[in-house]
Ligand binder design. Sequence first.
Ligand SMILES: *[C@@H]1O[C@H](CO)[C@@H](O)[C@H](O)[C@H]1NC(C)=O
Ligand SMILES: *[C@@H]1O[C@H](CO)[C@@H](O)[C@H](O)[C@H]1NC(C)=O
Ligand SMILES: *[C@@H]1O[C@H](CO)[C@@H](O)[C@H](O)[C@H]1NC(C)=O
Ligand SMILES: *[C@@H]1O[C@H](CO)[C@@H](O)[C@H](O)[C@H]1NC(C)=O
Ligand SMILES: *[C@@H]1O[C@H](CO)[C@@H](O)[C@H](O)[C@H]1NC(C)=O
Ligand SMILES: *[C@@H]1O[C@H](CO)[C@@H](O)[C@H](O)[C@H]1NC(C)=O
Length: 372
Amino acid sequence: MLSNLLPASLLSLSYLVLVSAAPFKFTDNPLGNSFPNPSQQQILDIQTQAHGSLPNGPSPATINPNTLTSLRLIAFNELFEVAFFSSLLNNITTNATGYEFQSSSSRDSAVAAVTAILAQEELHALNANGALSHFNTPPIQPCQYTFPTTTYEDAIALASTFTDLVLGTLQDVSTLMGSNGDASLIGGITSVIGQEGEQNGFFRSSAGKIPSALPFLTTSTREFAFSALNQNFVVPGSCDPSNLATIDLPIFPPLSVLTQNITAKEQMLNFSLEFETGAGTQGKIWKEQMGMEYNNLTVVYVNQQNLPVVQKIQNLDLTAGGLTFEAMFPFEEGTFGNGMTIAVLAMSGGNLTTVEGVASATVFGPGLIEIN
Ligand SMILES: *[C@@H]1O[C@H](CO)[C@@H](O)[C@H](O)[C@H]1NC(C)=O
Ligand SMILES: *[C@@H]1O[C@H](CO)[C@@H](O)[C@H](O)[C@H]1NC(C)=O
Ligand SMILES: *[C@@H]1O[C@H](CO)[C@@H](O)[C@H](O)[C@H]1NC(C)=O
Ligand SMILES: *[C@@H]1O[C@H](CO)[C@@H](O)[C@H](O)[C@H]1NC(C)=O
Ligand SMILES: *[C@@H]1O[C@H](CO)[C@@H](O)[C@H](O)[C@H]1NC(C)=O
Ligand SMILES: *[C@@H]1O[C@H](CO)[C@@H](O)[C@H](O)[C@H]1NC(C)=O
């Protein structure tokens, strides 16, 4: 199956059809090591599988509350990643349908790589939660998760997409730590950025792509990562509500990119949204306002380290439950649109010159587009 390479394609997280497999629950102890609460001996075993250790230096004496939000988001994301790679490894090792390999050498290298990635993600999660405990604030508890993938190829493509989003989000986390007086934590974060980049080189190579996507990877924000995780993978209502509420970030309602298999060319893209799905009351508020005020909204694309690209909504249709519309995707080889692009629907009066400004103005999103 590894020779059955994925085309340069769109992976719109919000549009993937959820399959009806049983949700992934850590309470079933799927890793066999009590994760996320392993014993000291089990941590040593995870470190062996991860080929390295948790950091053992001292923590800073104090920490900014904004940095605690970042650590909570990181723990929330890493718990999801542990669940995903645990499910993936289980599917490979049990020879589940869709996860078979043509040769034992390709199977062996996939098992070796995913085993290490799983253990490395476990340590990322334990490190973030350990820091939260150290600062006397509750660690993040896992939720239940579902994954939209049923083949090895699709799982690897999805891993590449959510890793791209993490790679962008940790840029935001590093910047915020710097501006909030926690510069001593940035080195640890950037060590993980490189680590996740190595993982993504493996995902991309496995899909027949060149390992490195772009000279400067696409930026993101904590809000986009938190929204994408909740929209796409977390079983609604499965997180402990008071624990989830400690993560002081919005969950936007989803924006779906309907156009599939987006290729490297300038083109119109189709989008849709539903007024009352996703994030609680925000969608409902917009149902009341939007029939009149969709002219106040605009599509914004974030790609690489460049200024956000604003495109007007075209061919808008009100449907029973929401909207469909189109917007230009102004791909230009070498300039705009390669790698991951984040698409959002934002208030046109917002400050759309930086990714932080785009996040502040976002009403629906993120839709994720992958080219190359
Ligand atoms: C593992 O297989 C199950 C059953 O097909 C599927 O629901 C799940 O999404 C797969 N996991 C991954 C990470 O692809
Ligand atoms: C899965 O397939 C591999 C290679 O064909 C084989 O060695 C292994 O025993 C199989 N495992 C299970 C659990 O069926
Ligand atoms: C997108 O690509 C996949 C995989 O090649 C294919 O199965 C699917 O039909 C394509 N969808 C469209 C709308 O072209
Ligand atoms: C967008 O959707 C409309 C209506 O379903 C369809 O006619 C059109 O071809 C689509 N356009 C693109 C660019 O996918
Ligand atoms: C929408 O735009 C109109 C004029 O273009 C403006 O008067 C109105 O305040 C805007 N609404 C919002 C919610 O920003
Ligand atoms: C938009 O954000 C940029 C960067 O933070 C800032 O320089 C600029 O003044 C802001 N513009 C407005 C209108 O707030």
